[in-house]
Design a protein around this ligand. Structure first.
Ligand SMILES: N[C@@H](CCC(=O)N[C@@H](CS)C(=O)NCC(=O)O)C(=O)O
Length: 210
C-alpha cells in the first residue's frame, strides 16, 4: 500500500492522521505540488483528478478522496472509531468534517489560487482570498461546536471532525488567519497536538518537508 501525498497537503495530512490513529504507517510517495509533479501523466493515471492524496494497492486498486480513504480505513480497522455510534452524533461529526472538506478547503486549494493568479490577482489579493474563505469556514466550525465541551471536537476522543480540523488550522496559520475569534478550535488543535498520532502526521515531520 502506497500513500501518494505531499507534506503540506492538508488532504493528505488528514489521511496521515487517520493511519497514525489506527497505528498503521503505509509507505509514502511525495508529489511536489509546488513544481506541479501531481500533474504528471503517470500520476494522473493513478488519480484522474490530479490531486493528492491517493492510496495505491499492490493489486492495482487506487482509492482517491481523503474522506473516502479514511472511511475505508475506519471500516477495515474499527478501533479507535472515527465516527460515533449514535446516529445523531455521527451526523454532527460528518457535517463538521464536510464543512471543512467540501465547503472550505476546496476554495483555498492550490489550483483555485493558481486560477486567481492567472486571472491577474496579486499575491496579496490571492492570500487575502484564501484567508477570507478559511475564516468563513472556521466561523461556521466554531459555531457548530457551541454546545460541545471538548477536549476534542465532539467529546473525549478524536473523530473525523478533528482529523479534518487540525490540517485546516494548519492552513489557516500558513495564510496568517487571525485565530482569536475561534477559541474552541484553537483549544482543540492544542489538545490534538498532545497526541502522538497527530504529532507524527505533522507536515514538518514528513520526509519530504522542505
Ligand atoms: N477533496 C479532495 C481534495 C484533494 C486536494 O485538493 N488536494 C490538494 C492538496 S491539499 C491538491 O492536490 N492540490 C493540487 C492542486 O490544486 O493543483 C480530498 O479530500 O482528497
Amino acid at each position: 500500500m502506497i500513500l501518494h501525498g505531499y507534506f503540506r497537503s492538508s488532504a493528505a495530512w488528514r489521511v496521515r492522521i487517520a493511519f497514525a490513529l489506527k497505528h498503521l504507517e503505509p509507505a509514502s510517495v511525495s508529489h511536489n505540488l509546488r513544481t506541479g509533479a501531481h500533474l504528471d501523466p503517470a500520476y494522473a493515471a493513478l488519480n484522474p483528478q490530479k490531486l493528492v492524496p491517493a492510496l495505491e494497492f499492490a493489486d492495482g486498486h487506487v482509492l482517491t478522496q481523503s474522506l473516502a480513504i479514511i472511511g475505508w480505513l475506519d471500516r477495515l480497522v474499527p478501533e479507535p472509531a472515527f465516527l460515533p455510534a449514535d446516529s445523531l452524533q455521527r451526523a454532527k461529526v460528518e457535517a463538521f468534517a464536510l464543512t471543512i472538506a467540501c465547503d472550505t478547503h476546496p476554495l483555498q486549494n492550490l489550483k483555485v489560487l493558481n486560477r486567481l493568479r492567472a486571472a491577474g490577482w496579486s499575491e496579496v489579493q490571492v492570500r487575502g482570498w484564501a484567508a477570507e474563505v478559511i475564516s468563513d469556514g472556521l466561523s461556521t466550525c466554531e459555531a457548530l461546536l457551541r454546545d460541545e465541551t471538548g477536549p476534542y471536537c465532539f467529546g473525549a476522543a478524536p473523530t473525523l471532525a478533528d482529523i479534518c480540523l487540525v490540517p485546516q488550522i494548519g492552513n489557516a496559520r500558513r495564510f496568517k488567519v487571525d485565530l482569536t475569534p475561534y477559541p474552541k478550535l484553537v483549544a482543540i488543535d492544542a489538545a490534538c497536538a498532545e497526541l502522538p498520532a497527530f504529532v507524527a502526521a505533522q507536515p514538518d515531520r514528513q520526509p519530504d518537508a522542505a
